[in-house]
Design a protein around this ligand. Sequence first.
Ligand code: NAI
Length: 282
Amino acid sequence: MKCVVFGAGTMGCGIAEVLLRSGAEVQLVDRSAELVEAGVVRLRTSLDRGVSKAKLTAEEAASCLSRVKSDSLEVSEADLVIEAVVEDLAVKKELLAPLSVRFPEAILASNTSSLSLTEMAAACTRPERVIGLHFFNPPPIMELLEVVTAEQTGQSTLDRALELARSWGKTAIVVKDMPGFASSRLGIILGMEAIRMLESGVASARDIDRAMELGYRHPMGPLKLTDLVGLDVRLAIAEHLTREIGPQFTPPPLLRRLVRAGRLGKKTGRGFYRWEGNDSYE
Ligand code: NAI
């Protein structure tokens, strides 16, 4: 299967790895050759980590890398396109619309965390081929795939998406195209409230996280999770849900201040925690 992943960032590289590990050929596309190259380095590092943890063999990792196409920003073939670019509806529509004309038989999927698939589909000439495939971070590890149906999504597109989810070893849930779907809508509420609690001095970041980890058996507290997702990404989702659903999602001033300061979480080395590789410090 020929897959194209747009956006060689946190999610795009992880999604590319899932596809490669299922045997697909993957073209990685970003805004420049340098960004694609950085994505390939990230992909290689993640595959090497998988080998060191015995999740795959060195031969399998080499085979995955041999199936990555990263030498062109032009797409010539596509059975499945997954976009994982910035959480901005206009950018996603602009990207998907010409692909729908060029590859009418391809499934066009968005990894959006909250935006309207129905609006994205409306921009496409084959809206029945558009669907949401919402992976979780990090995609090679997280089991859930939230499959989001736009108003226009065709049954054969949904059936194919569920088949693909199984082939990737994911457990799919099917969700209607409502802002924030089933996951982000709940996750953002918890995340924004944790930031408000930190802002008002209820407890330290570590202790707010421990409350959920040890008291509620969450594998990771909401502040650490926000660091992992990216503070900028969560801010964009919270702003969207505030507009679409209501003020309960309003981002706290502290989140805006940290984003303005470039403290975007793990990807910039600092968010609510300081990060060195995968290790976090208060
Ligand atoms: P990121 O900021 O790490 O990566 C986005 C990449 O897209 C960047 O490399 C950027 O250069 C590239 N890009 C922007 N416009 C582009 C275009 N027109 N063509 C090609 N590439 C373009 O962002 P991240 O975190 O990977 O998020 C991407 C999407 O995935 C967003 O829609 C986000 O809501 C969603 N998502 C994010 C999760 C997370 O934990 N970070 C989890 C699940 C979904």
